[in-house]
Design a protein around this ligand. Sequence first.
Ligand code: AMP
Length: 186
Amino acid sequence: MKLLLMGPPGVGKGTQAERIREELNIVHLSTGEILREEVKLQTNIGKEAIQYMDKGKLVSDQILIEIVKERISKKDCHHGYLLDGFPRTLPQAEGLEIMMHSLNHNLDCVISLIANKDELIERLIKRGEEAGRSDDTSNIIRNRQNIYWAQTAPLIDFYHDKGLLIEVDGLGEIPEITQRIINVLP
Ligand code: AMP
């Protein structure tokens, strides 16, 4: 099973992705986490990426496409993976199509988690306080929300037109949302 999990920042993508990984026994691939690891290790990619991440901006498509291409080419991804936080722009979505095609991978579906914007901003501020994430302060949160609606939300149409999009209500108890997702998987 090869899936994408989409949704605005704060909707609980990461939490749900982990739970689905356990359910389906597939690889959970979070580009945000990969980038935070690169930052921690102070690699060249990390040094470049932090300048954007700290402002809530997107890191370049080229870097992201390279990262994902390398990762999904690994053997453990052959059985299945769930992409969380990628693609975030149309060029990334097109890049993903090309790389998946070249690897003979088939995208099964795209889950889009839906939630109310104000509730999300509140959740994110709380998460920032709890987890100490440097990109979870209120201005940056608003910036990340705006970027989502401007650059990432168009992907909803992109995948809808391909017949791959499944929308799921992202509000409610965590296990309940996981079950909703599991129930709609092809
Ligand atoms: P996330 O954990 O998915 O919210 O990602 C945290 C930050 O990493 C984002 O605000 C971006 O700066 C960067 N990032 C993660 N994934 C991508 C992506 N697909 N394209 C561009 N930037 C990304």
